[in-house]
Write a protein that binds this ligand. Structure first.
Ligand SMILES: [Zn+2]
Length: 405
């Protein structure tokens, strides 16, 4: 079943309920990305609160577990415009001292706001220095500098609640940009796995046309990379009355299910807007998502929370380390956790660091939370592979996780 083509996605195991394990054979020298997986978001080119030399060490206790390597980093192309210097030729991973694969996307999951002018040759993106226009020439130059392992094609995404005309215009613009990129005679993507996003906003009929466009692009070589994946927007919030028009869907859930069913099975599915552990388990169970954005561990650490989470035991209530009751605690963040933060530090010490606004406190929470999340995905991969090898059904494990959380 596997295809050993550089940049290709291949499925390695399936469960009866539709969950799947796979491998993105990335070609940048950073090894393979095993799925289901979560990528760690960066801001201005770095993982928030984590020095570059720490990022690769977060998963050290997971050595030897299914497909676990240095975490993949999520890079927003708007951020990258200001991060990657002109004439840059070493690639982003080398620049930011990251060990794992790098995935570059257009829309920032933390600031999902792409208002501004768009056309058939450019989109507006957020950068650390404000909004700017990213046109086809600029996009190609960016890809050539980034040397990312997975890249998203330039795409026009309408604002939530945009009317059908705006949604249709977004698809027109996207179609024109993709045709221009497919026709371009250069190798900017350099063997990367290329993602095509489903666009169309709240307009069901436009979403259907967008899925048809993604299907058409699947397997095509664009800028030297192969279109082997799709970014699936979270369509669940789509209001029923906005999708019941002719050619639309009966509800947001129906739209999502239909989109998942209509997309080629062979595409890597990057599932946007699904961040909570129980949502992730449900999406994996139903075969809707292979790669997720790891915004949840960062958001929790930012608020002073330590995650307690495992596929076998469910998600427990988060521990709020700012709470004064932890001031004297000699316990680790989570008993039995093998991460660096829990091995070396106590709740009382981390509480103190947070109270005095010492950044190391948040850094330790980030190490713990990202370790927990990466271990959670290792659990998921191993459970799917175990069912394929005759073990317990993943659907039962997912149901038990939901019940325990
Ligand atoms: Zn820990």
């Amino acid at each position: 079943m596997s295809t050993e083509k550089a940049g290709a996605f291949s499925i390695t195991a399936r469960s009866a309920c539709g969950a799947r394990c796979g491998i993105v054979a990335v070609c940048g020298g950073s090894g393979a990305l095993a799925t289901p997986s979560c990528v760690v978001p960066t801001f201005r080119g770095v993982v928030p609160f984590l020095p570059p030399d720490v990022v690769g060490q977060v998963v050290a206790p997971l050595a030897g577990r299914a497909g676990t390597g240095p975490p993949a980093a999520l890079l927003v192309q708007g951020d990258a415009i200001k991060v990657v210097p002109a004439g840059f030729d070493q690639g982003f991973a080398a620049f930011a001292a990251l060990d794992g694969p790098v995935m570059a996307v257009v829309a920032d999951p933390a600031r999902y706001n792409m208002s501004g002018s768009r056309s058939k040759s450019s989109v507006t993106v957020e950068t650390p220095a404000g909004r700017t226009s990213l046109d086809i020439a600029g996009y190609k130059a960016l890809l050539a500098g980034l040397k990312a392992d997975i890249v998203e094609l330039l795409v026009d995404v309408p604002q939530p609640g945009a009317g059908t005309r705006r949604c249709a215009k977004a698809l027109d613009n996207t179609t024109a940009m993709w045709e221009a990129l497919a026709a371009a005679d250069d190798r900017s993507a350099q063997g990367a796995l290329v993602l095509a996003r489903v666009t169309g906003g709240d307009a069901g009929s436009v979403v259907q046309q967008s899925v048809a466009l993604v299907r058409k692009m699947a397997g095509a070589e664009v800028l030297g990379g192969v279109v082997g994946g799709v970014v699936v927007p979270d369509l669940r919030s789509v209001a029923a009355d906005s999708v019941t028009a002719e050619g639309g869907y009966a509800s947001g859930e129906a739209a999502l299910a239909a989109v998942a069913a209509e997309l080629p099975d062979s595409l890597l599915r990057v599932y946007e807007g699904v961040e909570q552990p129980h949502e992730i388990v449900a999406a994996v169970r139903d075969g809707k998502g292979d790669v997720f954005y790891g915004t949840y561990p960062t958001a929790a650490a930012d608020l002073g929370y330590a995650l307690e989470l495992s596929l076998a035991h469910g998600q427990k209530q988060h521990v709020n380390l700012r709470d004064v009751s932890f001031a004297e605690s000699q316990a680790p963040l989570v008993a039995g956790c093998p991460c660096y933060a829990c091995e070396k530090h106590t709740r009382g010490y981390i509480h103190h660091l947070l109270v005095v606004h010492e950044m190391v406190g948040t850094e330790l929470l980030m190490i713990h939370n990202h370790y927990v999340f990466q271990a959670f995905f290792a659990d998921i991969r191993e459970a799917i592979a175990a069912e394929a090898a005759g073990g317990a059904p993943f659907a039962d494990i997912a149901a038990a996780f939901m019940a325990a959380s």
